[in-house]
Write a protein that binds this ligand. Sequence first.
Ligand code: ADP
Ligand code: MG
Length: 309
Amino acid sequence: MANLLEVQQATKQFGNFTALQDVSIQVPKGSIFGLLGPNGAGKTTLIRIINQITLPDRGSVYLDNEPLKPQHIRDIGYLPEERGLYKSMKVGEQALYLAQLKGLSKAEAKERLTYWFDKFDISHWWNKKIQELSKGMAQKVQFIVTVLHKPKLLIFDEPFSGFDPINANVIKDEILQLRDEGATVIFSTHRMESVEELCDHIALINKSKKILEGKVTDIKRAYKSNTFEVGILTENNTDLYTTLQGKFDVTPADFKTIDDQLKMKITLDNNTSSNELLQYLSDKGQIMRFNEVIPGVNEIFIKTITENE
Ligand code: ADP
Ligand code: MG
């Protein structure tokens, strides 16, 4: 798959402090690319470099195989981490103004804004002043303004912070839809657990360095350990547990059930298939749960950091 964006070995220092060190990423066309890492990792610095707000000390950025240039700003929709709207301006007036800055005619801007305000059910905000809106409300307006000119690359810096779970889901769904309509999306977040389903590609950034990048499914496959979570209803939990321990690598597991199942994690060696395990278990009791343990991005992140230290 062709890449829409490539960053090659970007480095940025602020005084003696290295905010970004030799970070490269490849963002495939049509992907949702998650830039993940704790606070202070360097995500915003990288995003600001891509948006030509910050110049890197070293490294280069290519959009559609061309070195980044000022005209590319038109191709990118950028929702910054600090959301700045003019507090005393009216919502509609401001949205129209910002849309025209992005190159839309007034009529076109009005038409598209009407569509989005209807979609988000916020048409009654049109004549309110920004200062009358809550943080989440203002953020919705800014989200609309970011995507309105239909740029090929959308960059959202911490798009979910400031939203309640319901509105965060609205934004998640919109991001998926924008991707389906052909946009490429990069977003950053420090909350890894909640968004991994959204991204098809991720880069993990820690302390100014990229520690892992790739397709989410490939990364998960590489980190999975042939482990299954098993729950069995049986006459005697202790007996069965002891028997299984003699045959497999078994550890206790803790998941919620309404009855007293024997709960455990069983890790198989590479010569044993899940069907063989299932067959072995099937006459030991009533199997209530049998599922593969797939590591979460957060777990993978922690594991990668520990391995690299
Ligand atoms: P993230 O977005 O991952 O939370 P940032 O890219 O905002 O991280 O920041 C990375 C580090 O660089 C932080 O320690 C931050 O304090 C520092 N930093 C960012 N911008 C500046 C700046 N303009 N001047 C000095 N230090 C900065
Ligand atoms: Mg940030």
